[in-house]
Design a protein around this ligand. Structure first.
Ligand code: ADP
Ligand code: GLC
Length: 526
């Protein structure tokens, strides 16, 4: 479709958007949230929106930022979090942070980073060097929310006040809570709030003691608002108070309203279902483009598919696997956690490694899962290899070099790697859940016949069904024509952000209308 034609009606709405996130690729990324925080704002900018991304100024983020400068100091209306946890307590005075400004590389999207002692440490955004969660993550991310609210209410010297505050995941769950309790006059209405759930499994749950220390309004301590089974939850705040809530695929938006995926909040999510929607993530088509990717061995496209083979041999070389052109090479890049179905893979490993496949895995996470994977590597080093840790360029080479990509997730709000796989002609093997169900079409005879098949989809979260799926993949691989067809079908899919970004614009418009209608939450039985 001609993009000029579709742009016109949208240009009527130009919003000022503050996008609040704990991750932002390439400054700070542990998973898909980092990717989305980068590519969605860029897509919104391309739709002429005035968008600024707000993240903590982690030292590793500052290091990667070019032409970064301090543009403001913000005083916060809090006494200060306990001194021993970072911020100095100066009785009777407010605390303050600095705002550092930079740009998202290769774009005109402004990034504001909050400089504070609470962020000034190495490790990851959430964990220390030993993989333990920072003990004060509630303070660290509450600070992100408090700063967002000062900007949102125009109480800074920044001379910029958003129409929309778009919070992401539990780390930004308090923005809606704090803004709802701001006194809004017609002259200074609070911005509308949108809250995106990237993962219901992480809820930001902390104790009553910490609730008090965070200087939250004591009236919020009740079952209808922040209290959650004698503790309180940041994500619940986002769900109860935001004008609009969305998640990252239509299927996951439905799933989280069920007990199995709602983590104790399915009642609240069903209650708010009229304000809850699913918008599929897109991908950065420039960064993930096999025809131009500088991190892979040889570029290729649908017209030069044969070049993909050079990436396969480079990948086998990287992992010290025997160079076998015709052996099915399965790749996996993931946080090694229960969500990703690593245990299903481990359960079926004996059977899988009996077959003539090779497997390469890049990831890190649960120490027990890591060590169980390592045991398999020790037993079958010529068949399975893993690299523990985070490696952006290897993740690109795996997408380009593997024949098929494993994503046996137990649940998957959207998933980006299956989208990268489709674009790289690497057949995704996925479980039918969340965004995986919404983006991969099973290679049934019928779907192959009408050229809609793009991958292998299995249903039950069991080792045996995963083995069946891998066996089917192997059968398909043996028929070179069918395999090529599958690759091309996938590579032709359209997963750019353009359409999804337009849906976000619509959501922002709805949030503004809802904000104007005022209070959305009354009593709710959970
Ligand atoms: P999730 O956000 O649940 O981890 P997604 O599929 O949405 O899953 O996104 C994961 C993102 O993180 C992808 O860009 C993937 O390539 C990347 N990733 C995950 N683990 C690693 C790793 N060990 N090294 C490099 N990239 C990784
Ligand atoms: C989460 C989800 C993943 C999703 C990503 C970006 O981490 O686990 O499925 O793709 O966020 O939205």
């Amino acid at each position: 479709m001609n993009s000029k034609k579709t742009k016109t009606p949208l240009l009527k709405e130009k919003y000022k958007i503050l996008f609040v996130s704990s991750e932002l690729h390439p400054f700070a990324k542990t998973g898909g949230l980092g990717d989305v925080s980068n590519s969605l704002p860029k897509a919104l900018k391309a739709l002429h929106q005035d968008i600024i991304v707000l993240i903590p100024a982690y030292p590793f983020a500052i290091k990667k930022a070019e032409s970064i400068k301090c543009i403001a100091k913000i005083d916060l209306p809090i006494k200060g979090f306990p001194g021993h946890l970072g911020l100095p307590v100066i009785e009777g005075k407010t605390n303050s942070v600095s705002i550092m400004e930079t740009k998202l590389p290769g774009s005109h999207v402004k990034v504001w980073m909050i400089e504070s002692e609470l962020y000034n440490r190495s490790g990851t955004p959430y964990f220390d060097a030993d993989g333990m969660e920072w003990e004060d993550n509630d303070f660290r991310f509450a600070l992100l929310n408090y700063v967002a609210v000062e900007i949102a209410m125009g109480r800074t010297s920044l001379k910029w006040q958003p129409d929309i505050v778009h919070g992401n995941d539990w780390q930004a769950g308090l923005v809606g809570v704090l803004l709802e309790h701001e006194h809004s006059t017609k002259k200074n209405m609070r911005p509308a709030t949108v809250f995106t759930i990237h993962n219901m499994a992480h809820m930001g749950v902390f104790s009553r003691e910490r609730f008090d220390a965070l200087e939250l309004n004591p009236h919020l301590w009740n079952h209808h608002e922040l209290e959650f089974h004698d503790d309180f939850s940041f994500i619940k705040g986002g769900l109860v108070f935001s004008d609009r809530v969305n998640t990252v695929s239509p299927s996951y938006a439905k799933e989280i309203q069920s007990e199995e995926f709602g983590y104790g909040l399915s009642g609240l999510l069903s209650y708010r279902s009229e304000r809850l929607s699913g918008i599929l993530n897109g991908i950065d088509m420039k960064e993930w483009n096999p025809a131009k990717d500088t991190m892979i061995k040889k570029n290729y496209s649908i017209k030069t598919l044969a070049n993909k083979a050079s990436n396969k041999s480079a990948l086998q070389k990287h992992f010290n696997l025997p160079k076998r052109k015709n052996t099915l090479l399965l790749g996996m890049v993931a946080r090694l956690v229960y969500q990703k179905g690593v245990d299903l893979l481990l359960e079926s490993m004996d059977d899988i490694l009996d077959l003539p496949f090779q497997i390469v895995i890049l990831g890190s996470g649960d120490l027990e899962l890591e060590s169980r994977l390592r045991q398999w590597v020790n037993r079958y080093p010529e068949k399975i290899q893993i690299q523990l840790g985070y490696d952006e360029s290897l993740s690109h080479l795996i997408e380009a070099g593997a024949d098929a990509f494993l994503m046996p997730s137990r649940f998957e709000p959207c998933g980006l790697n299956q989208l990268y796989s489709l674009r790289y002609g690497t057949i995704p093997i996925v479980r039918k859940t969340g965004g995986l169900a919404d983006t991969v079409t099973h290679a049934s005879e019928e779907n192959l016949a009408d050229n809609t098949a793009t991958g292998v989809v299995f249903h039950e979260a069991e080792g045996s069904t995963l083995i069946d799926a891998i066996n089917l993949t192997s059968l398909l691989y043996q028929n070179k024509d069918v395999w090529k067809k599958l690759m091309i079908n996938g590579m032709k899919q359209e997963f750019s952000w353009k359409e999804s970004a337009k849906q976000y614009l619509k959501l922002y418009g709805q949030a503004i209308k809802d904000r104007n209608k005022f209070k959305k939450h009354t009593s709710v039985t959970l």
